[in-house]
Design a protein around this ligand. Structure first.
Ligand code: ATR
Length: 271
């Protein structure tokens, strides 16, 4: 049996085991997926479990997607460009890292028929998820990303021709009545919190959350309340996981999975 795991800290919120084990069960794959809380000082030793064959693959979640890169033998060139990885597997005695978040986000946009081409985007957060999404947005032809983060120093270094860093206090001056806004912070994992004050939301906006647990964050509930278009984090979460399976098994697992059944299964476990 092959063993896989997601590592992070905190890890309780992660639904990756639920998702991956459902797929293994449906497709009768002899494998098991678990979650392991790994503090930063144990990152290096957790990678060793892949090197010595105890784990056939790892997903990485909050807050390790950037830091872990220094312990990886070979980082995929695109993931290097992104600056974050959420995927690890062994290959030829080495540990390789990759990023499937950007692809998951791209497919989720497509599924939700959200077109960002030639649009300006407001993005809040500058962690590992944010980096993958910025890459996806550039691929999709956005003209500008207005980037906000609690810690300004993190985004001041990300300035380029697409990315305009802003102080978080400027948020209300940059948000317009038809803005597309993406939450890449962890604010909302606690159901009572939202990264955006509700009075800044309005019906012609598109509000995207990358948090999938809860399925509908306070931000999304507020956005729905004013009639805005919304995209939940679950679609991206499923697509990034399917892309991970394709890479781990070297075959087109994602095409053998019924997306709607899987989504319903996860939602039923969350409600
Ligand atoms: P992930 O892999 O999910 O991106 P991460 O790399 O730890 O996780 O990034 C978490 C993001 O959420 C960061 O942008 C973080 O802001 P800081 O850079 O200021 O730490 C943001 N975040 C976490 N808790 C927050 C809070 N209470 N208020 C505002 N932003 C928060």
């Amino acid at each position: 049996m092959k063993n896989f795991a997601v590592i992070g800290d905190p890890i309780k919120h992660s639904l990756s085991p639920l998702l991956h084990n459902w797929i293994f069960n449906q497709l009768e794959i002899d494998a098991h997926y678990s979650k392991i809380r790994v503090p930063q000082n144990e990152l290096r030793s957790s990678i060793e479990k892949v090197r010595n064959g105890k784990l056939a693959g790892i997903n990485i979640t909050i807050p390790h997607k950037t830091k872990i890169m220094e312990y990886i033998d070979v980082v995929n060139p695109r993931a290097k460009l992104i600056g974050a990885i959420n995927f690890i597997m062994p290959a030829s005695g080495k540990v390789i890292g990759n990023n499937t978040d950007w692809y998951g986000f791209t497919l989720a946009l497509k599924r939700n028929e959200i077109d960002v081409n030639k649009k300006e985007i407001i993005l809040i957060g500058a962690g590992g998820v944010s980096k993958g999404i910025i890459f996806a947005l550039k691929q999709q032809g956005v003209t500008r990303v207005h980037l906000f983060n609690r810690t300004f120093k993190k985004i001041s270094e990300l300035y380029d021709e697409f990315i305009h860093p802003h102080k978080i206090t400027d948020l209300e001056n940059v948000i317009h009545s038809d803005s597309i806004i993406i939450n890449c912070t962890s604010v909302g994992m606690n159901a009572a919190d939202s990264p955006i004050a509700s009075h800044l939301l309005s019906k012609d906006q598109t509000i995207i959350d990358t948090i999938y647990n809860p399925v509908k964050t306070k931000l999304l509930v507020d956005a729905e309340g004013v009639g805005a278009r919304t995209m939940i984090g679950l679609d991206m979460f499923i697509y990034q996981a399917l892309a991970s399976q394709d890479l781990w098994f070297g075959e087109d697992i994602s095409n053998r999975v019924n997306f709607d059944d899987l989504k319903r299964y996860i939602e039923s476990n969350l409600c």
